[in-house]
Design a protein around this ligand. Structure first.
Ligand code: NAD
Length: 428
């Protein structure tokens, strides 16, 4: 599927407009919230291993910080664009708000493909990104984190560069750091587990025992892997995963009808969440086209790869058995497809609620950094479960009371809180 078919920022604005109407927001508040407050686009020159200089494009967008410092990941992706970063920054504002943590929305990115970069080159991109933006980000302004194709090592290089520039220790500058270097236990699992905490609650409301459910997953990266782990622990069965094949430059779905084996798959997966096709065949997986994940006869769909994957073109392929869609990825559903899902009465857990576990744990990481005291993993996950569950229940309750689609109910709660903060500060 073509990830560039839709402009994600237009999609984020369309979603916002719908809620602004529902909330009857005044024109000033609308104008403020449908656009990012600050945007930075810059160049990062890097001396490559072969001695040449390559110039990379970097971005940071701060959508809104009325409720607290900006917060959001940095993506390394060959198709990164300012509009993608704008959309993701906007969603971060709603995400922090819907789980009621005192942070705003930001996002960053670099147009690059880490598959084709050495570790040294990636380090130079990280350090160069920080040098360009160090004056306008920080623990009290805007706090970056890992996202697609960035990890704890990238965060540590960025922290090191930031601390050199500002001459001190600022572990709260960035989250997703390695454990032992200011990172929080549980961060690796947080987003995927968070998705499943909300799925568990949704299934309770639908009166379905997770043990009687099967699921299909798009993606096999950080979010998907830990969602599968916890969902499987609850007794659910995942029959397929779909991921990108770097060598063939296409995606494939790997299916095993009696349930995928997470440990076996881990052994044949690279650090980008790509599965070795030949080894998967040897382990007995059927290899299907990349979008086959969407048409499986399952109860739950977990789109947990990238944006714009459930579209007007393929939404009708969703099997009639599907009762629940949990959006692990950001923006996986286009507005056209969203309408169909709503009309079909499929219970949807929207992205900025379902995948808020990552940012919630990042917030916990900041809190621990500030105290210089680190919690045990069980404590982190318990607190995460509490936060995700209460956010889910508040959204589901509003949806029930006002007969709203879950996405709209989540937006109403999130946008209302941010609009109120802007108003209380006297901005609008
Ligand atoms: P990742 O890089 O670890 O994994 C991405 C996965 O998607 C890989 O398995 C990749 O092969 C697959 N993929 C990429 N393009 C594909 C395609 N066209 N078809 C099928 N599979 C494809 O990323 P991640 O951290 O797991 O993030 C996944 C999504 O979740 C993204 O939308 C990200 O913004 C969002 N998200 C991540 C976090 C987090 O904490 N990691 C938090 C919130 C939201």
């Amino acid at each position: 599927m073509n990830a560039k078919a839709f402009n994600p920022f237009e999609m984020a604005q369309a979603q916002f407009d719908k809620v602004a109407d529902l909330l009857q927001l005044d024109p000033g508040t609308r104008d403020l919230l449908r656009n990012p407050m600050r945007e930075y686009a810059f160049l990062i020159p890097v001396r490559m291993d072969d001695g040449s200089v390559k110039v990379f494009r970097g971005f940071r967008v701060q959508h809104n910080d009325a409720r607290g410092p900006g917060k959001g990941g940095i993506r390394f992706h060959p198709h990164e664009s300012l509009d993608t970063v704008r959309a993701l920054a906007t969603w971060m504002t709603w995400k922090c708000s819907v789980v009621d943590i005192p942070l705003g929305g930001g996002k960053g990115g670099v147009i690059c493909d880490p598959h084709n970069l050495s570790a040294r080159e990636q380090e130079q991109i990280c350090r160069g990104w920080v040098r360009q933006i160090a004056r306008v980000i920080g623990p009290l302004q805007d706090v970056p984190a890992p996202d697609v194709m960035t990890n704890a090592q990238h965060m540590l290089w960025m922290l090191d560069e930031y601390e050199k520039i500002h001459n001190g220790h600022f572990p709260g500058f960035i989250t997703g750091k390695p454990v032992g270097m200011g990172g929080s236990l549980g961060r690796t699992e947080a987003t995927g587990y968070g998705v499943v905490y909300t799925v568990r609650e949704a299934l309770k409301q639908l009166g379905i025992d997770p043990k009687n459910t099967i699921a299909s997953v798009q993606g096999f990266g950080n979010v998907a892997q830990y969602a599968i782990e916890l969902y499987t622990k609850l007794g659910g069965k995942v029959i397929c995963v779909s991921c990108w094949d770097q060598k063939d430059q296409t995606s494939y779905t790997y299916r095993k009808k009696d349930g995928v084996d997470l440990k076996g798959l881990w052994g044949i997966t690279d650090r980008f969440g790509g599965i070795d096709k030949e080894k998967a065949k040897q382990l007995g997986y059927e290899i299907l086209p990349g979008d086959a994940w969407i048409e499986q006869e399952v109860d739950i769909l977990f789109p947990a790869a990238i944006e714009n994957q459930i579209t007007g073109e393929n939404v009708n392929k969703i099997h009639k058995r599907v009762r629940l869609i949990a959006e692990g990825a950001n923006g996986p559903t286009t507005p056209e497809a969203d309408k169909v899902i709503q009309e079909r009465g499929i219970f949807l857990i929207p992205d900025f609620l379902a995948n808020a576990g990552g940012v919630t744990c990042s917030y916990f990481e900041q809190v621990q950094c500030n105290m210089n005291y680190y919690w045990e993993k069980d404590e982190v996950l318990q607190k995460l479960d509490t936060k995700m569950t209460s956010a889910f229940l508040a959204v589901a309750e509003l949806a029930r009371q006002r007969k709203l689609y879950m996405r709209d109910a989540a937006y109403v709660i999130a946008v209302n809180r941010v609009a109120q903060a802007c108003k209380d500060r006297g901005w609008v």
